[in-house]
Each structure stands twice: as structure tokens, then as C-alpha cells.
Design a protein around this ligand. Sequence first.
Ligand code: PAF
Length: 288
Amino acid sequence: MKVVNTIADLRAQVKEWKAEGLTVGLCPTMGYLHEGHASLMDASVAACDRTVASVFVNPIQFGPTEDLATYPRDFDHDCKLLEEHGVDLVFHPEDSEMYADDFCTFVDINTLSDTLCGASRPIHFRGVCTVITKLFNAVNPDKAFFGKKDAQQLAIIRRMTRDLNFDVEIVGCPIVREADGLAKSSRNTYLSPEERKAALILSRTIRLGQDIAGGCERSSAKLLAAMRANLATEPLADVEYVEVVDGLSMQPVEQYKDGDLVAMAVRIGTTRLIDNFTVGDPAIDVAL
Ligand code: PAF
């Protein structure tokens, strides 16, 4: 496995592969990798001849009060995992390689980024769209792989790809969970043992929501009331949002249908966790 730090080296390697007629998959990450990320690598390795993973904590997607400075990093561990999962090339740039001092061009997306996480993280998706655009331009991948845990991010990247005519297939990969149901996240590492237990309220509430949505109930208000009541049983949980939105537009719906997204963000202590399910998605199986 090769590690490169510059866009020029990244482009040179991809150019060689493309000249040989090989297909290239891209898995963008911010590092501190876990099995959720590994599932993206596995999907790419299975679908493409060569896989590029980026490891870059993208500063422009963090707000001024967010955890950029403390975001967990362990590049040696990341490389080990990436190598084990068959990644061919790791792109690990410095901030200055991605953003010149006078960098001032951003890719922004309207409406889809106004709701859910975007409501409390106003510059977040602009930062994500900008860095993904830069990665798409540098790698020109045939396919790019993103986790469904960040469901709004996935919807936004799909829309951006369509709107800006990127010639790449966006592949969404299922949420990977711990045995007890907690969705895997680099931020789980912030949780104390007591908070780790309390964090199970997210997956339990997702399971409750799935059970309700799997029946004949179609009222978002009723579904959300039951989910909010369940979250309220956990004293350490501070709910930022629980919403039902249209799966494409990310706008709230009064009556939900298959393909709509039920998503939540909950703070356990100071750690902000997210989880979701898609109505009617047969791929969901949240452990209790
Ligand atoms: O999901 C993430 O880890 C990041 O938002 C991404 C897609 C790598 C962009 O920095």
C-alpha cells in the first residue's frame, strides 16, 4: 500500500491506473478508522480494480465551537486497517496541501443542508461538499463510497454529484453497529463508561421507530412523539433533533413513506451522536 501526501502524486498514480484501463474506487475519511470505515473499503475493493482512501480531518467542515482540535487521530492504526482491507493508495495531505492561505472557493448546497445536522452546523455541509469536490477532481473515481450513518451527507453528496455532473457513482454503505446496537463512530471514543451505556438509547429508539414504521402508522407526529418519549427516559441524553424527512429533499414530511429518513442527533454528555433509519429499508437490523 502506497501513502501519498500531495495531489500531484495522487493524480500521477491514478493516471497510471486509468491508462491500464483499471477502475478506481474512492473512500473519503477523516481517519480514526473503525469497522464502519472498513466496510466502505471492502465494498470498494469488491467493486473496483484499485481503491484510494483519503485520511484528512477537513478543517472547513468544523464550526468554531466544534471538536476540530480534539478530533481523534491515529494514522499508524489507520494505515494498518487500510492495508488489511486491501486499499492500494492512501491520500494523507496536510491542511496546506488542500487549502492555500488565500483559499476562497467553496461548493455550497441549498435546502438539503438547512435541516437535521445542517440546522445546527451551518457551515458543515459547505465544507463537506468542497472537500469532496476537491477529492473527486483529484482522483476522478469511478465509484465513491460513503456510510449511511451520515445519511444527510450521503443525500447531499448524491445531489451535488448530479447537479455538478460529476462522472462518479455514489455508493451508500449500511450502518455498522457494535454488538449492542450502538452505531460505530470515531466519536464513540469520547464516551465515558457511563455515557457509553447511556448512548444505547439512540439505537434502542431507532429500533422502536422501525417497529412503529414497520406497522400501519404513517403519521410523522405520532412516530416522533413515541421516539422522543423513549429518548426522554435516558437522563444523560440531550436531544438536538429527531425528525422525519423526505429521503431526497431532506425536508420534513407529515406522512412518511418508504424511502423517507428518520434521523436523530443526541448529545450524551458533551458527545454529539447521530443515528437513523430509512423507512422500508430491508437492510436495517438494529440490535436491542
Ligand atoms: O464523513 C466523513 O468522515 C467526512 O465528512 C468526509 C466525507 C470524509 C468529508 O470530510
